[in-house]
Ligand binder design. Structure first.
Ligand SMILES: Cc1cc2nc3c(=O)[nH]c(=O)nc-3n(C[C@H](O)[C@H](O)[C@H](O)COP(=O)(O)OP(=O)(O)OC[C@H]3O[C@@H](n4cnc5c(N)ncnc54)[C@H](O)[C@@H]3O)c2cc1C
Length: 271
């Protein structure tokens, strides 16, 4: 590490990592400090470990219901919990390793230690395990300091909520909106996958059919939602979603069918 950086970020979770990657790719020399190690809550306790466990449980459920798919696997199916946890640890470790490789490739400096801001451009770094004969604490200087130390959930006022285009609660209350849905149980691919619970629900502006948002409960919801996010971002309507070519059979047809329901409701109102 050097003594001075353009940007010094405290916290190497998702937010801190992003700030360092962005800063470095714009030509700033960036460093990160984290008292726990890289990856923050997402990689070490949250998003990734929970999804690894969820995937193991999905596999268990699939194997248990294999007979329904015409596959006989016997009855002695059990969860090897220590293997599940071992896989979880290995995945986290490999992703942590990938982050460190990225630091090397991008020339981002990293230090495991606790950061305390002691001046407008100064951070005191306290190392947990200093190397023998090395200092346990030192000061780093930076043009800008980014605080990315995570947060606890709390209600807060949102800056920019008054800007045009941002829908506040009262604006939503005054909005004439429609809801169009379609269940996964009527979507061929969901039936093929034997995962028929849930539905897609679109919320749109009545009259224009413009998509305002939506919900997806069901198989691969976290993948499917990207189509809806893009549609909302681009100001598309239920009609656009209905007419867009979707692969058949696919889970994404569920969104298309919800779009068709919305389009039909809009046409009824317009007729
Ligand atoms: C069980 C669970 C499941 C989740 N699943 C998802 C999901 O599927 N999808 C999703 O998008 N989000 C999910 N989240 C939320 C996600 O984990 C957080 O939104 C994300 O981790 C926030 O990132 P962050 O960088 O702001 O903070 P954090 O990840 O909390 O990182 C902050 C970092 O700052 C470090 N730090 C704090 N103080 C100091 C200091 N003084 N000096 C040095 N370092 C310091 C901490 O050690 C930590 O590593 C989940 C959360 C949980 C709990």
């Amino acid at each position: 590490m050097v003594d001075r950086y353009d940007i010094l970020t405290i916290g190497a979770g998702s937010g801190g990592l992003y700030s360092a990657y962005r800063g470095q790719s714009h030509g700033a020399h960036c460093a990160l400090i984290d008292k726990m190690g890289v990856g923050g809550e997402c990689l070490n306790f949250g998003c990734i470990p929970t999804k690894v466990l969820a995937r193991s449980m999905e596999t268990y459920r699939s194997v248990k219901s294999a007979a329904e798919m015409g596959i006989d696997v016997g009855t002695d199916i059990s969860i090897n919990f220590s293997k599940v946890m071992g896989r979880q640890k290995a995945i986290v470790a490999s992703l942590v390793k990938g982050i460190h490789t990225g630091f090397g490739d991008m020339n981002i400096d990293y230090c495991k230690g606790t950061g305390t801001i002691v001046g407008p451009h100064s951070v005191q770094v306290q190392l947990d395990n200093p190397q023998p004969g090395r200092k346990s604490g030192f000061i780093l200087e930076a043009g800008k300091i980014v605080i990315a130390t995570g947060s606890v959930q709390r209600r807060m006022s949102i800056p920019g909520a008054h800007l045009s285009g941002v829908l506040t609660h009262s604006a939503i209350d005054g909005l004439d909106y429609g809801v169009a849905a379609f269940p996964f149980k009527s979507t061929a691919m969901a039936v093929i996958m034997n995962q028929t619970e849930g539905l897609s629900r679109l919320i749109y502006e009545k009259g224009s059919g413009k998509l305002l948002g939506g919900h997806i409960f069901g198989p691969c919801a976290s993948e499917l939602i990207a189509e809806l996010t893009l549609a909302v971002h681009e100001g598309l309507s239920v009609k656009d979603l209905a007419y867009l070519l979707h692969f058949h059979p696919s889970l994404s047809e569920n969104l298309q069918r919800a779009g068709r329901n919305g389009r039909r409701m809009e046409e009824k109102v317009g007729a």
